[in-house]
Structure formats: structure tokens, C-alpha cells
Design a protein around this ligand. Structure first.
Ligand code: IDP
Ligand code: MG
Length: 159
């Protein structure tokens, strides 16, 4: 069965607080253990233009300048993951925005206390994920390869 949903993509950013706290490996490990397929990864420094687009829904908020400053305080690690309903699965793994109320077991719930310094970004819808992956990655930075553990990660009728 050829189920196109398995190619759904989402953007994850490891934010500057996680970079400073040495949590890159811990965070990537959680996506690996979940069974997600990483198809792109790079460290990058964000600029004002990119941040204005990325956080356009927050541009009018009073905290936008400090959010922007925070996101430029160190490089971030940008990653693209692929999988079945991966946008929703990654949002659930990350937990809600306010980390100190995020569900225990989620990345924010386990690793953070703050609203703004909440260790990760994850795309919030399939539509936004498409735009965000294109914003952060050139086509040649995304890799198409066979992941052998898909045999065990998904059932026959899911792949
Ligand atoms: P999300 O990251 O859970 O999708 P959004 O509402 O899209 O949450 O906000 C983007 C980011 O902006 C948050 O992850 C957080 O870093 C920051 N942010 C959101 N709301 C606030 C706030 O009320 N105060 C400070 N920072 C905020
Ligand atoms: Mg968001």
C-alpha cells in the first residue's frame, strides 16, 4: 500500500536556551526514539527578516522584541522530520507553550519551565509546516533515503 501521509514533513528548531543548556542530544534523541525520520539538519543563526516571517502571528505582541532577541542570542539547530501525521505527533512530543504547565513526559514538560525559553519550536499545522520547511531548508538540504526501521515503526497498512 502506498500511503502518501508517511511523507508528511515538519520543522523543529532547537532554541537558544536548549543550545546553551546542552540539550541538543537529549531533544534529538526523543525524536529518534519515537521513530521519526530526520531528513534535514543544520545549525543556523536567525536574522530579523526570517524571524518576522517565522513569528508573523506574534509581530504585534509586546514580547516580540524580547522573543526576537532571544532567538538571535545563539544559533539554533533546525531539523526537518518526516513521518505519518508527523506534524501532530511532534507537537504532542513538544508539549504546550507554557513549559511549566506542559505535560510531564513531553520535551517542554520534562526540560523547561519558561513560556518564551521553551527549548523547541515545532510547526503547528500541515499548512504551516510546508511553509516553514521551505523557509528554513533549500530543496538540496533535504534528503531522500530509505529508513530500514520503518518495517517495525509502521504497520503494513500505514506505509
Ligand atoms: P508555540 O511555540 O507553542 O507554537 P506560539 O504561540 O506559536 O507557541 O509562540 C511562539 C513562541 O513565542 C513560543 O514558543 C515562545 O517562545 C514565545 N511566546 C509565546 N507566547 C509568549 C508570551 O506570552 N510571552 C513570551 N513569549 C511567548
Ligand atoms: Mg507556534
Amino acid at each position: 500500500m502506498n500511503f502518501d501521509g508517511i511523507n508528511e514533513k515538519t520543522l523543529v528548531l532547537v532554541k537558544p536556551d536548549a543550545i546553551q543548556r546542552g540539550l541538543i542530544g537529549e531533544i534529538i534523541g526523543r525524536f529518534e526514539r519515537k521513530g521519526l525520520k530526520m531528513i534535514g539538519i543544520k545549525m543556523m543563526s536567525l536574522d530579523d527578516d526570517l524571524l518576522k516571517n517565522h513569528y508573523s502571528h506574534l509581530a504585534d505582541k509586546p514580547f516580540f522584541p524580547s522573543l526576537s532577541k532571544f532567538m538571535k542570542s545563539s544559533p539554533v539547530v533546525a531539523m526537518c522530520y518526516e513521518g505519518l501525521e508527523v506534524v501532530n505527533a511532534v507537537r504532542l512530543l513538544c508539549g504546550i507553550t507554557k513549559s511549566r504547565e506542559a505535560e510531564a513526559g513531553s520535551i517542554r514538560g520534562d526540560l523547561a519551565m519558561s513560556v518564551s525559553c521553551n527549548v523547541v519550536h515545532a510547526s503547528d499545522s500541515v499548512e504551516n509546516a510546508k511553509k516553514e520547511v521551505e523557509r528554513f531548508f533549500k530543496p538540496e538540504e533535504l534528503h531522500d533515503y530509505r529508513k530500514s526501521d520503518y518495517e517495525h515503526v509502521y504497520a503494513e497498512d500505514e506505509k
